[in-house]
Design a protein around this ligand. Structure first.
Ligand SMILES: [Fe+2]
Length: 364
């Protein structure tokens, strides 16, 4: 909620800044009462610096006054730095409701917390915040949807920087059953999928690895399916999936293996790092997909869900944040903006997020 309110506040204060510059210029021409300079500067200082600067340029107003000419751009830079700092350190919780007639009544209200793209826990503060916010959701299941490690960071430190991440995994597994699938960063790094020290430590901490596997969760004799897919990149390491040359075929092969033997009349949740493959998941009896990878499109507008760039989707990516429905209508997908960053270490209007999903029994 704070996230939305802040987005709308930034838009409105910038519109006000722009409007006041135009209005004051008009009053100046008419030799009428002027808007006090301290009001114009206060609006810029309160977050409207972009609108004020745009107004100054378009209406050719106050551009020769030093306190405006220098002050307003400085305020704009200050706000950009503040927003980027917030998008680095603060974490928000995004809550969604998913409704399905396939969900047994005993599971009504089942809560899944999704953590994606942590790219290694960076600080004690981040660790504490993630844990505090996850506990608050009282989850029945925790889904770690890939990129728990960061390939460049892991390689530079020889894997020694993962202590806090592994500790967090242990804490999460103590809150609720926690399932983990590999993202592209794990696929690059963990070249020995069985003996890699990070993988072993995460499993010892109590997190279940669900790469190309499924589990059924039972409650009073009824079940739901949780199915995990590993990222389809760099799959030459995998003896089965290396037979395929493209991501679509690899994910189809993974789904064939992971869903085999499951009763798909039951509600089926799939964990998969890649959002751009939604219509491939939807070829199968999959009800809900939890995904990440796009990092929210990295740079966003204050409101709406338009991101600038995402891996494997390019510029103006389609799947960056929130809920999506497949073309055939059969599968819903929720995309997390993730909690960390990798190659692009900055975000804009794109707070790291924990996703909390409550699944309800009923018509979608
Ligand atoms: Fe990532």
């Amino acid at each position: 909620m704070f996230y939305k309110i802040f987005g709308w506040y930034i838009i409105l204060i910038n519109v006000l800044g722009f409007f006041l510059m135009g209005r004051d210029k008009h009053l100046a021409k008419a030799h009428a009462w002027r808007i006090p300079e301290r009001v114009l500067l206060s609006v810029a200082a309160a977050g409207g610096a972009f609108g004020s600067l745009l107004g100054m340029q378009i209406f050719r107003h106050k551009t020769k006054h030093r306190k405006f000419k220098v002050g307003v751009p400085l305020l704009l830079v200050l706000w950009i730095v503040l927003i980027m700092a917030g998008d680095h350190f603060l974490i928000t919780t995004s809550r969604y409701k998913v409704t399905s007639e396939k969900l047994p009544e005993d599971f009504d209200g089942f809560t899944v917390v999704q953590l994606s793209d942590i790219h290694i826990v960076r600080s004690q503060f981040q660790y504490d915040e993630i844990l505090r916010k996850v506990k608050k959701e009282k989850p029945d299941l925790i889904a770690l949807t890939g990129d728990l490690v960061d390939a460049p960071g892991y390689s530079k430190s020889n894997g020694t920087n993962t202590e806090l991440t592994v500790k967090l995994c242990g804490e999460l597994a103590g809150i609720a059953p926690a399932y983990y699938i590999y993202g592209n960063h794990e696929m690059i790094l963990l070249d020995d999928p069985e003996k890699n020290p990070f993988k072993v430590a995460v499993e010892e901490a109590g997190v279940k690895l669900l790469n190309v596997k499924a589990e059924t969760i039972e409650k009073d004799g009824v079940t739901l399916n949780v199915c995990g897919l590993q990222d389809p990149s760099i799959l030459y390491k995998d003896p089965v999936l290396s037979q395929y040359n493209d991501n679509k075929s690899r994910i189809e092969a993974e789904l064939d293996i992971a869903l085999a033997g499951l009763d798909t009349d039951n509600f089926t949740l799939v964990l998969s790092h890649r959002p751009e493959l939604l219509d491939v998941y939807a070829e199968y009896p999959v009800d809900l997909v939890l995904s990440g990878h796009a990092h929210g499109g990295q740079f966003r507008l204050p409101v709406g869900r338009c991101g600038l760039i995402a891996p494997n989707q390019g510029w103006l990516p389609k799947y960056t944040s929130g809920t999506y429905r497949s073309s055939n209508g059969g599968t819903e997908m929720i995309v997390s903006r993730g909690l960390g960053d990798s190659e692009i270490p900055v975000r804009f209007f794109n707070m790291p997020e924990i996703v909390s999903i409550t699944i309800k029994n009923g018509k979608p």
